[in-house]
Design a binder for this molecule. Structure first.
Ligand SMILES: [Zn+2]
Length: 119
């Protein structure tokens, strides 16, 4: 499943960021995901829960910032909204569209908390 490898990618980016901070755990991770990136949000949240199990990101919240798809329409000569690949321009109905935004897939920020010392 596509979303599992994305979740693993996010987790390894988080691990790398916290490489030198062994006494922290992750409370939330903010990611940007473009509308055209082909990611199922529900599936990604589910995958996140499963790949973080047993890691320091267990039970962390994955905050998803959905970046809207935008394409340049050659006929209209301007940017128009594009919700999925293969859709027509909402203004002229043409298909000469060049996506300019909406393929984002990145970690924006993360929030950490100190590990609780139980002993
Ligand atoms: Zn157009």
């Amino acid at each position: 499943m596509h979303e599992v490898s994305i979740a693993e990618g996010i987790l390894s980016a988080v691990d790398k960021t916290l490489e030198n901070e062994p006494k922290t755990k992750v409370s939330s991770v903010a990611v940007s995901i473009g509308e055209l990136a082909g990611v199922e949000i529900e599936a990604l949240l589910f995958a996140w829960e499963s790949v973080t199990r047993g890691t320091r990101a267990e039970k962390s919240v994955l905050e998803i910032n959905r970046v809207p798809g935008v394409a340049w329409c050659m006929q209209c000569g301007k940017n128009v909204p594009l919700h999925r690949h293969g859709d027509a321009c909402p203004h002229c109905g043409g298909y000469q569209l060049m996506p300019v935004q909406g393929h984002e897939l990145k970690v924006d920020s993360l929030q950490v908390a100190d590990l609780e010392e139980n002993s």
